[in-house]
Design a protein around this ligand. Structure first.
Ligand code: GLY
Length: 341
């Protein structure tokens, strides 16, 4: 079992990664929280696969299923989840488990962070994206006008990762999350480029989780270094919004990384070989590297100006100057669009 401890001024989070861990989470959590009651938030798709087993592992659990998909991340859903917890007299000494992908861990973490000023929270990510990114590092949130506008920084006490859960997917080419893994390879740990074995995801997850932890430990509340995790995301988020979320997050940030590389090269800060390696790895995993034919760069401006990570009209734009080396540049959206051409 790989154990990674994330330590921040706001608390700690223990990340456990092991094939087969899913079947042990009941025993593990009952041992760690002997006096607590458990509630699980999951989605409708996962309930049909794992619901029975989860209810057996946690007898008497309050099982809360929400519709699968980003549209569940809203205030009405949060209120309804809190109402269920209150009706069953859950207190902050009880444990809320978010069992699912990024949508579930975002909303479950948010509910845990506000219910009675914060109850115990455990994340059990079931998607690669959740395992390497969303469930690690304490960001929680719901959508309000735009994505993740309302949220908190609230660490899961434990993040329990079973890479075996991913076997029900069709392999990494179809697995959302590889874009984030390639991001870590580019910005932090180039040895990840040598670990893309489609049949052996555990080392990829361990290295990616460690990469994220190293960044989050330096800057939990994203006031500096954590910005580097947004490599590819400035253009990526704009592309997601401009295409009305028809492209997946992975696809959008893949194009975003390629555009960020163009910016870096036009500024004379990145060798072409670096950009080429990142691009060919994205392509290897079936990720797009060009804007869709019906989308131009200029319309992205409007969305980049609404980027919640801007300061005034300035965006902290992340470029890769070499593998594992980044710079955060204060840039205007208009300059970025020009430099990405
Ligand atoms: N997903 C980026 C971050 O956690 O900061």
């Amino acid at each position: 079992m790989a154990t990674i401890n994330l330590k921040t001024p706001s608390g700690t989070s223990k990340i456990l990664i092991q094939e087969g861990l899913f079947s042990e989470i009941g025993d593990l959590l009952k041992k760690d929280y002997p006096k607590s009651r458990f509630a699980i938030i999951t989605d409708s798709n996962l309930e049909s696969i794992y619901g029975k087993q989860l209810k057996e592992m946690f007898p008497g659990v309050l099982f809360l299923t929400i519709p699968a998909g980003e549209t569940s991340k809203n205030f009405e859903r949060v209120i309804s989840l809190c109402e269920h917890l209150l009706k069953k007299e859950f207190t902050r000494a009880d444990v809320l488990i978010g069992f699912g992908g990024g949508v579930i861990t975002d909303i479950a973490g948010f509910v845990a962070s506000i219910y009675m000023r914060g109850m115990k929270y455990i994340a059990v990510p079931t998607s690669l994206l959740g395992m390497v990114d969303a469930a690690i590092g304490g960001k929680t949130g719901i959508d309000f006008v735009a994505k993740n506008i309302i949220g908190t920084f609230y660490l899961a006490e434990q993040v329990l990762i079973d890479p075996g859960v991913l076997k029900s997917f069709e392999g990494p080419k179809k697995m959302p999350g590889m874009g984030e893994v390639i991001k870590y390879a580019a910005i932090i740990d180039k040895t990840l480029f040598d670990h893309f074995d489609p049949f052996e995801l555990e080392p990829v997850i361990i290295k990616s989780a460690q990469a994220k932890v190293n960044v989050v430990e330096q800057d939990f509340r994203e006031s500096g270094q954590r910005h580097i995790l947004n490599y590819g995301h400035t253009f990526g988020h704009a592309i997601e919004a401009a295409t009305d979320y028809q492209l997946t997050h992975d696809q959008a940030i893949s194009i975003g990384m390629v555009l960020a590389n163009k910016v870096a090269q036009n500024l004379g800060k990145q060798n072409k070989e670096v950009g080429d390696k990142i691009k060919s790895t994205l392509q290897q995993f079936g990720l797009p590297c060009d804007l869709p034919s019906d989308l131009q760069l200029n319309p992205l401006l409007e969305y980049m100006k609404k980027d919640k990570k801007r300061t005034g009209n300035i965006i902290h734009f992340v470029i890769v100057t070499d593998f594992g080396k980044t710079e955060i540049l204060p840039m205007k959206p208009e300059e970025l669009v020009k430099l990405a051409k």
